[in-house]
Design a protein around this ligand. Sequence first.
Ligand SMILES: [Zn+2]
Length: 417
Amino acid sequence: MSTTNDICHRRTTCRVCGGRDLVRFLDLGLMPLVNRYLNSSDDGRDEPRFPLEILFCRACSLSQLSVVVDPKVLYSEYDYHSSVSKTFQQHCEEMAASQWREFGLTAQDFVVEIASNDGCLVSKFQKLGCKVLGVEPAVNLAELANDAAVPTLNEFWSQAAADRILREHGPARLVVATNVLAHVDDLHGFIRAVASLLRPDGALVFEVPYMVNFMNRAEFDTAYHEHLSYFLLRPLKQALEANGLALANAQEFEIHGGSIRVTARPASGAPAPSDGVQRLLSWEEELGLHEEATYLRFASHVAMLKEELTAFVHALKARGKKLAAYGASAKGNILLNYCGIGKDMLDYVVDDTPAKQGKLYPGNHLPIVNRSQLHASPPNYLLLLAWNFVDEMVKNTAEYHARGGRYIVPIPSLRVI
Ligand SMILES: [Zn+2]
């Protein structure tokens, strides 16, 4: 681990409340950086691995990783392009349209998106007529967005970035941030910078994977080094209020395995929180998510899922079956590496993202290929690694299915289609 110590640090205090009463409930072992896809020339080399463990804060119920990898290592280049998934495209359109209505946005309004990826979401606000700006740390993604005429700052979100935007563009009516808050170590600094950029009638709308779903649906494979925090609404409320924002609304929806969309407004003059806020806060309590024992039970369940999937895959191989996987996602990689399923079990991983094709999957070094491989060298079973897009994946591979190919869906419980 000597080569990795300089690019990661252990976190011994809770990022929301500062408490030290943290309980380790899940240990997935040493994991590679799952979004660091390798070139085929790297095959002989071993990549750095970091402990992947989740800690529960007994004081405020935040769950967080024990080890924080330097964000510059994680995000300077990023292969996940939002626009590739049709489901996500539709989600972005729906989100922009609903915010447009809810906040009565007009062409005069300025919308900023933090971690705007390739501009998938912020471009939808642009189409509706708003003035927009994306902020995206990955050089390759910021370039893609700018090339598509979606103005994008190539920076990490920070107070300095907020100050610069304020100087150059003025305050924002809306700041949107999907799937970024869970990636941030300095959560308070992040929220404070947003609060400083908002107009008094402005709003922050963000989406994060919801810890209730993580627990209820055994989504342990969504734990990886980018995901530093696993949020319930309760600790989020605490973090927002500590930085001058008030929780206005929260609702659940289906994307990335079940997320919550949270609206926060500047505390002075914020409307009373919606019923949805209290409903989710009560639900979290009823589910026992402020109690350590619930998390320990979850960990036993995860260990059982690993045993089931591993035994099933080994049995198929023993019967001479040919297996491959579909969806070279980060979560898929966690699942495979945690279960010890690699080249000895799977022939390849199909993925529809051109930037991933021809590369190797981190950790297990499985080759990532395009969909045509399913016809050239069809497996008997296709393990679906992006289980939140199962319908889309099955639709994409109708011909494989029609020829008798089967699917393995590993989560929330093992099933074969
Ligand atoms: Zn805490």
